[in-house]
Design a protein. Sequence first.
Length: 247
Amino acid sequence: MKVSSRRPLVAANWKMNGSKSLAKQLENALVQADLRHVDVVICPPFPYLSCFEHDLKLGAQNVSEFASGAHTGEISTAILQEFSVKYVIVGHSERRTEHHENNELVASKALVALEAGLIPIVCIGESESVRDSGELFSFLAAQLDAVMDKLGITRCQDIVLAYEPIWAIGTGKTASPEQAQEVHQFIRAHIGKQDKHVAASMRILYGGSVKGSNAADLFGQQDVDGGLIGGASLDPDDFLKICQAAK
Ligand code: PEP
């Protein structure tokens, strides 16, 4: 049986999807449910942040590394905080690919978020070709090292990590619970080389085609502390099942 002192967290990443009416539906579903066992964070597109009226935890899908100024299309920590945002996803593979965000920039964004008092959800994960090449662990170690170098290990205790194998994102091809556990265990051990306490207390989420039907098996793994949920977070019933599976 799983024994963990870490509080589970389930985050909804709507990506560039959703609507005002979906915000209402999801909010209604969440406030009526008993979710005292789990932190639930909703990360909708920016304008929909203001659609959530109840005391739900809100997250952003991105943040600028700059504080303010001439950065058209970007958003700052200060603006996010005016909308009660507490979490921010950084380093999602879609931003790494489409917006050329490298390990260095992702680490800088995590630092900017932390310094403003936001909790960064730092995403890492490999493509299928990296996994097939046998470079999985060195690839993930480089992604982790960039963050640990920039933040310093002590500050890492205030971040959340999300392991999201790119081949599992939006593909319906979920990592098996054993594959997820193998990588989460590696991540914790790698961080533990610098500080065992930080490693033991850090929440590591799994992301990649999590659904109501597979969440319990994934979240039941010793080092899996919840999930970052894309597609299934657009279906309030399924998302609720996922949140309920995070026991
Ligand atoms: C994601 O985008 O973070 C994600 C995990 O997507 P999906 O759940 O759709 O695979």
